[in-house]
Design a protein around this ligand. Sequence first.
Ligand code: PNW
Length: 451
Amino acid sequence: MSAPIRFPSDFLWGCATSAYQIEGSPLADGAGPSIWHRFTRTPGLTRDGENGDIASDHYRRYKDDVALMRRLGLNSYRFSIAWARVLPEGKGRVNPAGLAFYDRLVDELLAAGIAPNVTLYHWDLPAALDDRGGWLTPDIADWFADYAQVVYRKLDDRVKMWATLNEPWVVTDGGYLHGALAPGHKNFYEAPLASHHLMRAHGKAVQAYRAEGKHKIGLVVNIEPKYPASQSPEDLAATQRADAYMNRQYLDPALLGSYPPELKDIFGEAWPDWPAEDFALIKQPLDFIGLNYYTRNVTRHDEANWPLRASGVKQAGATYSETGWEVYAQGLTDTLAWIRDRYGNPEIYVTENGSAFYDPPVAEDGAIDDPLRVSYLKKHLRAVHAAIEAGCNLRGYYAWSLLDNFEWSLGYSKRFGIVHVDYATQQRTIKASGKLYAEVIASHGAVLDGQ
Ligand code: PNW
């Protein structure tokens, strides 16, 4: 028998969302278009040509959604701000009506006893800045810090947790190397530039926060632990490359001040010699790390898989979600322990964790039974508790996601919500997983005991 599960009484229990995925009304009240607005307007780039024009209509229904969070018993909510609502051209002129939406949302959350946790960039770059080079130009570090400053000045009196970027790896890999995400480039030489300027922008925005802000700021990364498929030297080296590319590429410069050496090996001539002073900018003291964890990867050497020369091995007998990701909760405990050991046990939050599974239609009695998501949630919450027991400085957990929403290039076909959204009526229905989460929160984890 393992120790009884009781989470600390001040643990943060939240859900996470992002602006373009739930808000809808992307051009309302003077907002400028983002790269996702444009990307979804090119036929063939998203599933069935779907876009975020309506999404979960949160821009108009935010009060109902905050009431829903309250019913679930959340004490924190992680959301992102749409840069192009605040600055329609990405820089220069501020749009007060766009900023006012987040001002209202923050007040609504606080009135419900829910602490806002704000991410400044969750992939929806203002299109006007993409026209000027987007993440490929060094200028973007200043643009991002200027935008951040506008938002800090408006909200830092009430927002006590900030994050600069959501998942710089996905921004680079999806947006600039493989092209499945906006702005849809496929360019080996651009990927290192995008990564580096993302990290410089992160550094500048943290610096700006130290001048303006009074609370906590961090960086949110997605980590997918890499386990070697065998102990052969080839598989071990492939595992190291995959880990350097996806995991250490961002945490190492942010926390240790250097890039993993494998990146030079992966990118060859496309990997520039960076100016030494950039690393002083990128490595800013952070108040916390946000970890987004979904799955693991069992890695083998694969010469044919460019550019990593590594690929994943499917695990016999394992459960895979609708996005093809293995359910592997031990990987969350392992990742938290790895961060504890490699980076000096920083304060950490699980800022996203969740799964897409097929959901049955709403039953006659209004119930939605999502046993696979319930099982995923239970296993991962136990894994989180195990990490706390193992001495990780873990202070909160955010389920991805509050609502079913626009899953980027996969459109509305993948449902990650613990609350179901009927897109025809915008009706919200709490799934069994949402009910389970509410019970976990109310009992400080005790309902997970012995199950
Ligand atoms: C995250 N990967 O994306 C994002 O932060 C969310 O916006 C998204 O909806 C959610 O996960 C579910 O996909 C990721 O390939 C995308 O490792 C890809 C990966 C990880 C996270």
